[in-house]
Design a protein around this ligand. Structure first.
Ligand SMILES: Cc1cc2nc3c(=O)[nH]c(=O)nc-3n(C[C@H](O)[C@H](O)[C@H](O)COP(=O)(O)OP(=O)(O)OC[C@H]3O[C@@H](n4cnc5c(N)ncnc54)[C@H](O)[C@@H]3O)c2cc1C
Length: 445
């Protein structure tokens, strides 16, 4: 457990409680940051307190994203209470509301979960500079802690994969349970400044840790057994739909990987195909965002991609759409429109279609820089799992050749890997998908 933790600031460790500042990993079970905080609290015979800071403006998050999170946290609060661990939710300004609250409850140590996003790193930096308390970060999102897997930005999956596989025997273990905490909290009564409620999209999955486990069990019963052969077919229902639960931290990727690798009836090549996405691809995203400060813009893409896109900058574009037209699904391409409608009604899009969706934005934008900006903005606004390292990497992979290789030259996209309507039609029935998306609209009333 201690290998997953690193000090961000060091101070004498005296105080009235141990705080777990929960942020990215919103779950009670299988949470190394919470377990580590309990370990420290038991060592020091102190109460353990979980605090959550909520900012009303978080990247492109919409009110319904906050509702999804809120409902998950309300479930979590009740579950934590059964372990005698109070939960506080402080909203407003970090400097004026959250940090003063921390000072007030006087923790001996603050433990937090790891998140490579710029805004989260800034929050931690601010805390470390303003509060003279030890701050420890625990990576409970990656199976191999991000800074242990690699100490630099990796070129591609092929360079990170062997490093992860070498370390997996050490880190891909079972996870111990949380204990009922023996030192009760006797300070201020827990309070929560919940964000206002908004309606979720009509076909949004249910929020929270219990729902996440249910979705995982359903995937174990069904999709995983067809994952290797059918995962690129959006109509086959062979993917897990777990990304929103990973994004909000309702489910531990390590737990999922552990259960799948020890499952008696899941056969190869399904196990390997799924673990490649869940471990290598997902952890590659954190690697990129952690080590590349331009992770969400043109500056972050590889130089071969910049060169080829620059070369084709002035190519004529047959179709040009601005953000409003894209948002409203008003393009000439019925498959693209179906993707955008699916997103609006479900908050989810199948992985294969996410690539198509982003690559077309490159073809229909006046410049690659604008394509990246628009795709990220739509991704963060409409995807339930948006505002995530996977989203920034997904967009830069599709539009900017990140972690990919050059292909043969084409107009506008240069050597970026192409994806076409006819290519999709060879993989699955495009007309059935379009019809399915139309039905979502009809059934959503
Ligand atoms: C343009 C574009 C945008 C994307 N935006 C996001 C996003 O905002 N949030 C997000 O979580 N993922 C994003 N992805 C990555 C991927 O498409 C989704 O994680 C996946 O489709 C989610 O569906 P699932 O849970 O059913 O996946 P499954 O196929 O069941 O995969 C299981 C898990 O593996 C991980 N995974 C799968 N594919 C990838 C991948 N290509 N890269 C990294 N991790 C992967 C995810 O955690 C996923 O939940 C994006 C990809 C592209 C090309």
């Amino acid at each position: 457990m201690t290998q997953r933790a690193r000090y961000l600031s060091h101070h004498p460790e005296r105080g009235d409680c141990i705080v777990y500042w929960m942020s990215r990993d919103q779950r009670v079970h299988d949470n190394w940051a919470l377990l580590y905080a309990q370990h420290k609290a038991l060592e020091k015979h102190l109460p353990l307190v979980v605090v959550f800071y909520l900012t009303p403006h978080f990247l492109g998050a919409q009110p319904w994203h906050f509702t999804f999170m809120r409902e998950g946290l309300q479930e979590l609060e009740k579950l934590l209470a059964t372990y005698h661990i109070p939960f506080f939710l402080i909203s407003g300004s970090l400097e004026e509301d959250f940090l003063p609250f921390l000072v007030r409850i006087n923790p001996a140590i603050i433990i937090t979960d790891f998140d490579p996003l710029r805004i989260k790193q800034q929050w931690k930096h601010s805390l470390a500079h303003r509060i003279p308390k030890s701050l420890i970060e625990v990576d409970t999102h990656n199976i191999v802690p991000c800074w242990i897997a690699s100490d630099h930005q990796e070129v591609a999956a092929r360079t990170l994969r062997p490093k992860l596989h070498r370390l997996l025997p050490l880190f891909l273990t079972d996870i111990p349970p949380l204990e009922k905490h023996p030192y009760p909290w006797q300070g201020v009564s827990p309070f929560h400044q919940w964000p206002p409620s908004a309606s979720l999209p009509p076909f949004c999955p249910p929020p929270g840790e219990t729902a996440a486990w249910k979705a995982f069990r359903q995937f174990l019963d069904q999709g995983i057994h067809r994952y290797a052969t059918d995962r690129n077919n959006p109509l086959a229902e062979a993917t897990s739909h777990l990304s929103c639960y990973f994004h909000f931290g309702n489910l531990s990727p390590q737990r999922v990987a552990y259960e799948i690798s020890h499952h008696p009836t899941i056969s190869e090549p399904n196990t390997s195909a799924f673990l490649e996405e869940l471990i290598v691809r997902r952890e590659l995203s954190d690697n990129f965002v952690f080590y590349q400060k331009h992770y969400d813009s043109w500056e972050g893409i590889p130089s071969w991609a910049k060169k080829t896109l620059d070369h084709h900058r002035d190519d004529p574009r047959e179709f040009l759409y601005d953000k409003d037209a894209l948002e409203a699904a008003k393009t000439h391409d019925p498959l693209w429109n179906a993707c955008q409608k699916t997103l609006r009604f479900t908050g989810y899009l199948h992985g294969y279609l996410r690539m198509y969706w982003a690559k077309k934005i490159l073809e229909w934008s006046p410049s690659p820089e604008e394509a990246i900006t628009v795709a990220i903005s739509l991704n963060d606004r409409y995807f339930l799992d948006g505002r995530d390292p996977n989203g920034y990497v997904g967009v830069l992979w599709s539009i900017g050749g990140l972690h990919d290789r050059p292909f043969s030259e084409r107009p506008i996209i240069g050597q970026i890997r192409p994806m076409t309507f006819s290519g999709c039609a060879r993989k699955f029935s495009v007309s059935s998908y379009i019809q399915w998306a139309e039905n979502l609209y009809t059934f959503s009333g």
